[in-house]
Design a protein around this ligand. Structure first.
Ligand SMILES: Nc1ncnc2c1ncn2[C@@H]1O[C@H](COP(=O)(O)OP(=O)(O)O)[C@@H](O)[C@H]1O
Ligand SMILES: [Mg+2]
Length: 219
């Protein structure tokens, strides 16, 4: 089943008097259960593409069909609803709230999605291997552990698709691999569709498909 499809997606950024063509005719299909890697050098448009796919960025040309619906046909409220119920995001910097414990960081996300449920949070912390650290604050945790909490937080709404932008970018090789193992497990065991941006070719092997982006084009 298709969960995401783009047809000739084009994106520009204006800078001064220049209009920079950032994404050029991107057409791709992502199926349920895919673990898609988007690789390419820095500045090639990976983050911009991920954000356009994940409704975090507008685009000018072409179409994006998210879970069967053309994003262009949706109003802000409908898009917010999809974001809150169908999609999760993970970023390079874990963006945890420093004054909240691991448990509370995940709880906060559950409050936003109105799916408050203690057991669900414990289950998620278990899934990411952090059940023993639920009362710890971010500063007491390693980067890899913080990213695990950020992943648990992203999963609170039971998303169909997880968007991850360089989730290992701030971690050493060992911790990076552990995060990739975790994502692979979520993909295999939970059937989570994952779209991952990375510039590290070592991580391609965890994906079941990759596209290579160079200068805004799939090559
Ligand atoms: N908000 C923005 N305004 C103007 N230019 C941007 C903006 N965001 C990204 N860019 C430009 O778009 C290009 C692609 O950026 P990005 O998608 O972040 O690449 P990557 O994630 O592959 O490193 C870069 O040239 C970058 O400078
Ligand atoms: Mg980027």
């Amino acid at each position: 089943m298709k969960v995401l499809e783009t047809k000739k997606l084009n994106k520009y950024f204006e800078q001064g008097n220049n209009k920079n063509h950032i994404l050029k005719n991107i057409s791709l299909t992502i199926n349920s259960g895919d673990f898609l890697g988007i690789i390419g050098p820095s500045g090639s448009g990976k983050t911009t593409l991920l954000y356009c796919l994940g409704t975090l960025e507008n685009f000018e040309g072409g179409d994006v069909f998210l879970l069967g619906r053309n994003i262009k046909d949706l109003n802000d409220k409908q898009i917010a609803k999809i974001r809150n119920s169908e999609i999760g995001y993970v970023f390079q910097f874990f963006n945890l709230i420093p004054n909240l414990t691991a448990y509370e960081n995940v709880l906060l996300a559950s409050a936003i999605t109105k799916q408050v449920n203690d057991e669900r949070i414990d289950e998620l912390l278990m899934l990411v291997g952090m059940e023993k650290f639920k009362e710890y604050y971010p500063e007491q945790l390693s980067g890899g552990m913080q990213q695990r909490i950020a992943i648990a937080r992203a999963l609170i709404n039971g998303p169909k698709i997880l968007f991850a932008d360089e989730p290992t970018g701030n971690l050493d090789q060992k911790k990076g691999k552990e995060i990739m193992e975790l994502l692979k497990k979520l993909n295999k065991e939970q059937g989570l569709t994952i779209i991952l941006v990375t510039h590290n070719e070592d991580y391609i092997s965890y994906c079941n498909r990759t596209i290579n982006l160079i200068d805004g084009e799939i090559v």
